[in-house]
Design a binder for this molecule. Structure first.
Ligand code: F7E
Length: 329
């Protein structure tokens, strides 16, 4: 019998990469979708797995739909990747961010507790929970949380609720505290895709510049395709636990910009970049860098794609996309 997994957030960036990995391992994959909201299937199509997913209807803010899905599917593994994941939007939409990212997780955990308590549960926790918290410039599983956005705060609630269901009811729950992870499937509003999309358009004469906010922020950027393997490994252990997942390196937004322009042979990138304070955040997280000892040693996980390879992969994919747009226009 094939193992079954339910992925929430199946249409986002990580959902399709995780689904592909689980399909390759012989899983039957269910994907939760909000059918009323005209779902976009491009990312599943990009990876060629659209027709291999069993779609089920539900929404993290609708308890009854989650109870119904968990009761019907009784998945062996549940990967909760659904979220309002755009940090910048979370100040203006703090309440809905909390309803989805915090209370939604409580609802999903309750559905598991009542209808499928042997399901293993993965929660997409995030380095945004650390915010200003650090230990000699790094963050690991013991670093204090000091979130700086309604998004980060909502994720701290979900983190502790995930721990609490493990401690209170003995349910197998794990938090993956993932640092920034990117790919050609990344949403266009996140800084990496915004840059690589802009660079591609500038190369092809379709845009003149890119408007950005704080270039000094530093992030530990890895490739999403590598990170879903860590998610999978977390649910294959004898005991549930929480893990920080990152590369251990950080780079500034400016480094990313410079490297992306280098891909198209431009060294004087400053002439193409406009600094627009509208993209600054009310409270910024200045730097995030993972200390990855636990995930490296306990799960044997290490990232495969380097920072340079990631930037190159994303620029190449965006140039290809925009060439198609030009061809079809
Ligand atoms: O910003 C700076 C911005 O929006 C990165 C999500 O997946 O990773 C992601 O959150 C940095 C910030 O990602 C622009 O101020 C400068 O310092 O790409 P981002 P994020 O906020 O780090 C974490 C781990 C998650 O969990 C989240 O869900 O780049 N920045 N100029 C800009 N950012 C954006 N978006 N746009 C700019 O123009």
């Amino acid at each position: 019998m094939a193992k079954t997994a339910l992925i929430t957030g199946i249409l986002g960036q990580d959902g399709p990469y995780l689904a592909k990995l689980l399909l390759e391992k012989g899983y039957k994959v269910y994907g939760l979708i909000r059918r009323y909201s005209s779902p976009h299937y491009e990312n599943l199509q990009f990876l060629g797995i659209m027709d291999k997913i069993n779609f089920v209807d539900g929404d993290l803010t609708d308890d009854a739909s989650l109870l119904n899905v968990i009761k019907t599917v009784r998945p062996e593994e549940v990967y909760n990747l659904a979220a309002q994941s755009f940090v910048a939007a979370s100040w203006e939409q703090a309440k809905i961010t909390t309803e989805i990212n915090a209370l939604g997780v409580l609802s999903l955990l309750n559905a598991i507790k009542y209808f499928s308590p042997t399901s293993k549960f993965y929660q997409a926790s995030t380095s945004e929970m650390f915010g200003l918290g650090n230990d000699n410039g790094y963050q690991d599983e013991n670093t204090m949380f000091h979130p700086r956005s309604p998004y980060g705060i909502s994720k701290v609630y979900a983190y502790w609720m995930t721990v609490n269901f493990r401690e209170s009811y003995g349910i197998y729950t794990s938090n993956g505290i993932l640092f920034n992870h990117e790919s050609p499937l990344r949403g266009i509003q996140f800084v990496t895709r915004k840059i690589t999309d802009g660079v591609a358009k500038i190369k092809l004469g379709m845009a003149k510049n890119i408007s950005l906010g704080n270039l000094a922020a530093k992030r530990d950027w890895g490739f999403a395709g590598d990170y879903v393997e860590a998610m999978y490994l977390m649910l294959q252990q004898k005991d549930p636990d929480d893990y920080v997942v990152g590369t251990g390196e950080f780079h500034s937004v400016q480094d990313f910009v410079a490297l992306a322009f280098k891909q198209i042979g431009v060294s004087d990138w400053k002439q193409y970049v406009i600094i627009d304070p509208r993209y600054n955040r009310p409270a910024e997280v200045p730097h995030l860098r993972a200390r990855t000892t636990k995930v490296n040693t306990k799960l044997g996980w290490k990232p495969k794609v380097t920072f340079e390879e990631l930037v190159s992969m994303m620029v190449t994919a965006d140039i290809k996309r925009q060439e198609m747009v030009l061809k079809n226009s």
